[in-house]
Design a protein around this ligand. Structure first.
Ligand SMILES: Nc1nc2c(c(=O)[nH]1)N[C@H]1C(S)=C(S)[C@@H](COP(=O)(O)OP(=O)(O)OC[C@H]3O[C@@H](n4cnc5c(N)ncnc54)[C@H](O)[C@@H]3O)O[C@H]1N2
Ligand code: MOO
Length: 405
């Protein structure tokens, strides 16, 4: 679709161009304490059974089940107590028939014992115990390997490690795990008008919102983000910053300086090395992408809303690909739109919106500078290129900005 004569690239083509250029980071083995949220690079198989040995599920007495078959409160079974076994006990004697041994939860069950009778069913005797209820074979015994057997799959490649996976790996004795490392993302804002937040503004100056916005979005997506701050509209200075950062980045995101202006620094500096052009979307039309020294570089438009939406549509899938994730593109869900609005033909519109329980409504104005409206939104209504009007009550496709996927 042409926009005032300039050709535009469909959103899906631009995304395909990006995904074709990015692959998962080489795996690294890290301690479990550093692995939360990272993606497993190769299947992890249990080296040991879990539990590692038969052990007691209750504090009580290990017995031969046959010895307590007839036990009742009126006619309890009497057994001599031959000792005690605590959790961590290393050497355990066989349990002779007609005897009981005190046993604590988690302690190894002695060879010969076939059931554990809990304290509550007994008089808690130390030398001799009265047992008032019968037990079935295996009662209160946690069998070796009943949770996980040696050779079982603990976590498969592609799993995003959460607390429960890490707990399982730890319990199974794995101290380290092979993962895709956390991508290092470098964020650079461009624009001579930009000042660091917290600094006073001179005439014509504005605070740099984008580097904080994009670095936070990268961190929220599981990256380790380094915010360079802003560089002036001067290609030499910009290239120097880029060159300085490239060796410590897995992905670089710049904002500003990519449209039609007289001082479009990013385009001027990288014209020969990256693709620059218009993508058929609103906001986020002017885009640039390519690799520099093998590192993917995204040059996003400067308007903060455009930059953020471009991040969600294009940078996030690349970041997730580096992480080795299987699902890289935001899922869409159907929702009922409670308020009508118009949309430009030929562009995919990303309308800031508030979503709740299947209902969605646009938030604020269309301007790509409206940070207040962006902060009030939690979703984007994704309006297809050929749709020019959405009416109240229509079903629309919605992208939830804070959704885990
Ligand atoms: N003649 C044309 N002008 C513009 C077009 C066009 O097609 N023809 N496209 C417009 C669209 S759409 C966008 S989006 C912007 C993109 O421009 P740039 O990427 O070159 O970005 P800048 O000009 O540097 O900045 C645009 C706008 O955003 C503000 N900005 C920039 N960086 C930050 C930051 N880090 N924090 C906060 N605000 C920032 C900047 O001050 C400008 O107001 O171009 C349109 N123009
Ligand atoms: O398309 Mo620009 O990216 O919104 O204002």
């Amino acid at each position: 679709m042409a926009d005032h004569g300039r050709p535009t690239t469909p959103v899906d083509d631009h995304l395909a161009r990006i995904l074709a250029a990015v692959e998962p980071l080489p795996p690294a083995t890290v301690p479990l304490s550093d692995a939360l949220g990272l993606v497993v690079a190769s299947d992890v198989v249990a080296a040991l059974p879990l539990p590692a040995f038969d052990n007691s599920a209750m504090d009580g007495y290990a017995v031969h089940q046959r010895d307590v078959v007839g036990a009742t409160p009126e006619s309890p079974v009497h057994l001599p107590v031959v000792g005690g076994i605590g959790a961590g006990a290393a050497t355990i004697d066989d349990l002779a028939p007609g005897t009981a041994v005190k046993i604590m939860t988690g302690a190894p069950v002695p060879p010969g014992a076939t059931a554990v009778v809990p304290y509550e069913w007994t008089d808690r005797g130390s030398h001799e115990v009265l047992i008032e209820h019968p037990a079935v074979v295996g009662q209160n015994i946690r069998r070796s390997g009943e949770d996980v057997d040696a050779g079982d799959l603990l976590v498969s490649a592609g799993t995003v490690l959460g607390p429960r996976h890490l707990g399982l790996l730890a319990g199974a004795g794995e101290g380290r795990v092979e993962v895709r490392p956390r991508p290092r993302v470098v964020i650079v804002s461009t624009g001579s008008e930009l000042r660091e937040p917290g600094q006073p503004l001179g005439p014509g100056q504005i605070h740099d919102a984008n580097s904080t916005l994009l670095a936070s979005a990268a961190r929220a997506a599981g990256a380790s983000a380094y915010r360079v701050g802003s560089v002036a509209d001067e290609p030499g200075a910009f290239l120097e910053t880029l060159q300085d950062q490239i060796s410590r980045a897995d992905l670089i995101v710049t904002s500003g300086g990519v449209s039609q202006g007289d001082f479009d620094v990013v385009k001027a500096a990288l014209r020969d090395r990256l693709w620059f052009g218009d993508v058929a979307m609103q906001p986020g039309k002017p885009q640039g992408f390519g690799t520099v020294d093998g590192v993917p570089v995204f040059t996003l438009p400067g308007n903060p809303v455009s930059a953020y939406i471009s991040f969600q549509l294009f940078v996030l899938p690349a970041l997730r690909t580096l992480q080795g994730r299987h699902r890289v593109v935001h899922p869409l869900r159907a929702a009922r739109c409670s308020k009508g609005f118009g949309s430009a033909y030929g562009k995919r519109q990303m309308v800031r919106a508030a979503y709740d329980a299947g209902l969605v409504a646009p938030v604020g104005g269309h301007g790509s500078h409206l940070l207040g409206d962006l902060a009030a939104a939690n979703a984007l209504i994704v309006v297809p290129e050929e749709t020019t009007e959405v009416r109240a009550g229509d079903t629309v496709q919605v992208l939830l900005l804070d959704e885990e996927f």
